[in-house]
Design a protein around this ligand. Structure first.
Ligand code: SF4
Length: 336
């Protein structure tokens, strides 16, 4: 594990309280938020018409600052999943390792970054060999400094800002949005070729906030992770619908845990049955591209626990071959 440089204790960013009228229901997202009048909590509220009209919303002063901060980053990619436990964060970490091992046409190393905005389960630090307990974010005149896993691979996790790693975070939408906005505005990434944003599962406040704030700076699109079984695909269809509604391009879908290849005998078996045709059929129906299928390999989990690059450690694995194919196709799509 990389020991994060020890710094003076970092307090949580101070967040402006949302503007909530006295007659608003308990889960009001705030009349000035993007979700005002549209959130589930707004159904039946006496103020819904006025809030939905946008009249209560002032332009967010953070938007131009976020756009300015993210401007030196060439490609910004959201990594999404409909359901938890499909390997989204592990995929993000492996993708980051792989991208950072690339060399550009001018011979320079690719500069990559990972931003982890999973407030309730930030696992990227562990997956990338950084112990969240060992330090906190260093604040400089330029902003919050990311942690460098490699000289050309930067990482910032919302987990670094949470007061205690093992405490449950019970925040409502506006507070989460405020933290994500501050996170996007204040992290000094510098010029990057790729920034991967690892999000929580589902389509929640964090996703709406990330899309809303990053749109000004330009998002290339989203990669959506699923597993082959129908129960996972159902949630992915909702995720794809979310992307359509917020105008987010879907770069493609990755089917993870797609069969199991025994590392000893190389025999293949399906652990999660693609009973309704798996991601391939779902992609056909939804009109999105299947970027590839990654088979299960127990060594992926081991690499994740040790925080190392699976692709570097096990170049002979069929999963590595699948990852590399997906990454190659993703790069092509980003250049399209
Ligand atoms: S409509 Fe929504 S945002 Fe507006 S006051 Fe009611 S709950 Fe709050």
């Amino acid at each position: 594990m990389i020991a994060v440089q020890s710094t003076p204790p970092q307090s949580l960013p101070s967040l402006n309280p949302p503007s909530v009228p006295a007659n608003a229901p308990e889960h009001c997202p705030g009349t000035e938020s993007e979700q005002a009048g549209k959130a589930d909590a707004c159904a039946g509220c006496a103020n819904q018409a006025i809030c939905a009209s946008g009249a209560t919303r002032a332009p967010d002063p953070n938007l131009p600052l976020i756009a300015q901060r993210l401007a030196p980053i060439k490609h910004k990619i959201l990594v999404l999943s409909g359901k938890g436990g499909v390997g989204k964060s592990t995929f993000t970490a492996q993708l980051a390792w792989a991208l950072s091992s690339g060399v550009k046409a001018d011979g320079e190393e690719v500069q990559a970054g990972v931003m982890d905005i999973d407030i309730c389960g930030p696992s990227i630090p562990t997956l990338m060999g950084v112990s969240p307990d060992e330090g906190s974010v260093r604040s400089t005149a330029q902003g919050w400094e990311p942690i460098y896993v490699l000289p050309n691979l930067a990482l910032m996790s919302i987990g670094f800002l949470l007061p205690q790693q093992n405490s449950a975070i019970m925040w409502r939408g506006p507070k989460k949005s405020g933290l994500i906005s501050q996170f996007l505005k204040d992290v000094a990434w510098g010029p990057l070729d790729y920034l991967l944003v690892d999000t929580p599962p589902g389509t929640s406040d964090e996703h709406l906030s990330a899309v809303q704030y990053m749109k000004e700076a330009g998002i290339d699109g989203a990669v959506v992770l699923t597993t082959p079984q129908e129960v996972s695909l159902q949630d992915v269809r909702r995720e794809l619908d979310f992307c359509r509604k917020v105008g987010l391009r879907v770069l493609g879908v990755v089917e993870n845990m797609s069969g199991f290849v025994c590392p000893s005998c190389k025999g293949k078996s399906d652990i999660f049955l693609p009973s309704t045709g798996g991601a391939a059929q779902m992609c056909k129906e939804m009109g999105v591209e299947l970027l590839g299928k990654v088979p299960l390999d127990p060594r992926i989990g081991m690499s994740a626990d040790y925080g190392v690059s699976f692709l570097d450690e096990f170049p002979d694995s069929p999963a590595t071959e699948a990852y590399l194919g997906i990454i190659e196709r993703l790069k092509q799509k980003l250049e399209e």
